[in-house]
Design a protein around this ligand. Structure first.
Ligand code: ADP
Ligand code: ADP
Length: 227
């Protein structure tokens, strides 16, 4: 079943002579449970694409449908609610709140949405991410790999329709990178989680099911890696 459809998406930054066409008519769809890597040179439009899909920034033209909701037809408030419930975001630099411990950082999206954590699921996520004995620790007491695992937990906790990861391994060494993508894969399979991951690391991209290559704001290749 299709969970994401991107239709003719374009994004132009700036105006007049300083215009940058970051995306130029991108279309593709993703099935529930797929793990898609988005690759391409620096400046090719990968982050922009992820931001448009995540409802972070409005496209200049085109549509993004997530579970049949045309997200840019929502008003600002409803888009924010939709995003909080349906999209989990993972960044290169973790973006954890320094004054909150591991468990509080992970459950923050639920709190912001006025929900209580499902304790059983929280425990399972902490165990899956190998963070059970770190639940009470603050981010500055954790290694980079551990901090990224917390940010994965935060992206998974409300069981979003889509998880978007922008260079999740960009700040990690190869051993930690491998481990992070193994964990993303595990949650992708275990929770039938749909995952889009931007990376410029070819070996990391090869761990996905499918690889989409972007060049100059267009899709130039879309290949199945494995089933
Ligand atoms: P990638 O993630 O592949 O490195 P980006 O999506 O970040 O590519 O950028 C695509 C193009 O859009 C680049 O030319 C970049 O400089 C430009 N760009 C990205 N974000 C902005 C912005 N907020 N304002 C102006 N130009 C931007
Ligand atoms: P990366 O390409 O390393 O993933 P991002 O595209 O995420 O970096 O850029 C980080 C931030 O800087 C984003 O908010 C993006 O919109 C902004 N940005 C990127 N390129 C430009 C640019 N040329 N001008 C202005 N802002 C930019």
């Amino acid at each position: 079943m299709e969970i994401l459809r991107v239709e003719n998406l374009s994004k132009i930054y700036g105006s007049g002579t300083t215009q940058v066409k970051a995306l130029n008519g991108v279309s593709f769809s993703v099935k529930r449970g797929e793990f898609v890597a988005i690759v391409g040179a620096s400046g090719s439009g990968k982050s922009t694409l992820l931001h448009m899909i995540g409802g972070v920034d409005r496209p200049t033209a085109g549509k993004v449908l997530i579970e049949d909701t045309d997200i840019y037809k929502l008003d600002k408030t409803n888009l924010a609610i939709f995003r909080r419930r349906q999209v989990g975001l993972i960044y290169q630099f973790y973006n954890l709140l320094p004054i909150l411990n591991v468990e509080e950082n992970i459950t923050l999206p639920l709190l912001l949405d006025g929900q209580k954590a499902d304790q059983k699921f929280l425990k399972e996520v902490l165990e899956t991410l190998n963070l059970a004995d770190r639940a009470g620790h603050l981010p500055n007491e954790l290694s980079g790999g551990e901090q990224q695992r917390v940010s994965i937990g935060r992206a998974l906790i409300n069981r979003p329709a889509l998880v978007l990861a922008d260079e999740p391994t960009g700040n990690l060494d190869s051993k930690n990178s491998q481990e992070i993508v193994d964990l993303l894969k595990l949650s992708n399979k275990r929770y039938h989680q749909t995952l889009l991951m931007v990376t410029h690391n070819h070996n990391i991209a090869l761990m996905a099911d499918r690889m989409i290559t972007i060049s100059d704001g267009r899709i130039v290749k879309d290949e199945v890696i494995r089933r």
